[in-house]
Design a protein around this ligand. Structure first.
Ligand SMILES: C[S@@+](CC[C@H](N)C(=O)[O-])C[C@H]1O[C@@H](n2cnc3c(N)ncnc32)[C@H](O)[C@@H]1O
Length: 255
């Protein structure tokens, strides 16, 4: 199916616009273009008509935009339930599943890959999931600009891009400054749950999380935890299983 750039009135649809605006140029204070190291490369995957329609027709309910002030979660979800943030939800299967299984929590998913955002919304509609909102933007900017301090119950980061080559390790989203920013956004007792199928990235995650003094490792062996039942298999993980990869889960709480 070809990617149709315009609707029947020859206008770009909402989903098309979103693909164009997800990466925004940054400038220094004196107006010079600033190159930013990103944790992702925008893939050119096509939006199916189904994903595109799901996005175009339901963004008003499911979609949030980047803004320069903190989100008002009570207004957004219509309740005071704790909010769990998931970064890089891919196609959103496990995120929708978790939202379905935990109706007393609100979920906020961030993903830059537009077809994944469309697929996630379509899946949420199919399962009548209402405690979920999604954002199509760089998560580091959303954390910085749109999330109030001490407002998240948890952060989920499942199978982030591992950036295998050493020269690309700076692109890994898990860095000390990222973890410090996440801690700032967590409530006391809030959690950080990460999983990866790349051992070298797992070691890196462990090292960075262990260095944060305000975090407590829930692992009995002071490293990884057994895969918890409450984390549904993600699409990426299923692929890893087929390839015989191991999986490492890390679960820390804020002291
Ligand atoms: C390897 S995939 C894993 C997807 C999913 N969690 C799974 O397990 O199937 C990593 C995802 O993170 C997304 N991603 C990477 N950096 C991101 C960022 N800074 N903001 C939002 N999404 C990001 C990518 O687009 C990609 O879909």
């Amino acid at each position: 199916m070809s990617f149709n750039n315009q609707d029947s009135n020859n206008q770009p649809t909402f989903a098309d616009q979103k693909r164009k605006t997800v990466e925004v140029a940054e400038f220094t204070e004196d107006g010079r273009y600033k190159r930013k190291v990103r944790s992702f490369v925008l893939r050119t995957g096509r939006l199916s008509e189904f994903q595109k329609n799901a996005m175009n027709q339901n963004w008003g309910f499911y979609g949030l935009e980047h803004q320069n002030e903190p989100f008002d979660f009570k207004k957004i979800y219509g309740n005071d339930n704790p909010v769990v943030l998931e970064i890089g939800f891919g196609m959103g299967h496990s995120l929708v599943e978790m939202a379905l299984q935990n109706p007393d929590r609100n979920y906020l998913g961030i993903e830059v890959h537009t077809p994944g955002v469309g697929a996630c919304i379509a899946n949420a509609i199919e399962k009548s999931v209402k405690n979920l909102r999604v954002i199509c933007h760089d998560a580091t900017e959303i954390l910085r600009d749109c999330i109030a301090d001490a407002s998240l119950e948890g952060l989920q980061l499942f199978f982030p891009d591992p950036w295998h080559k050493a020269k690309h390790h700076k692109r890994r989203i898990v860095q000390p400054h990222f973890v410090e920013k996440v801690i700032q956004k967590l409530t006391q007792g809030g959690f950080i749950h990460m999983a990866t199928d790349w051992e070298n990235y797992a070691e890196h995650m462990l090292e960075v999380l262990q260095q944060a003094e305000s975090l407590h490792n829930t692992s009995e062996t002071n490293d990884y935890i057994p895969r918890p039942d409450f984390r549904p298999l993600t699409k990426f993980e299923q692929r890893g299983h087929r390839l015989g990869h191991g999986v490492w889960d890390l679960y820390f709480t804020k002291k």
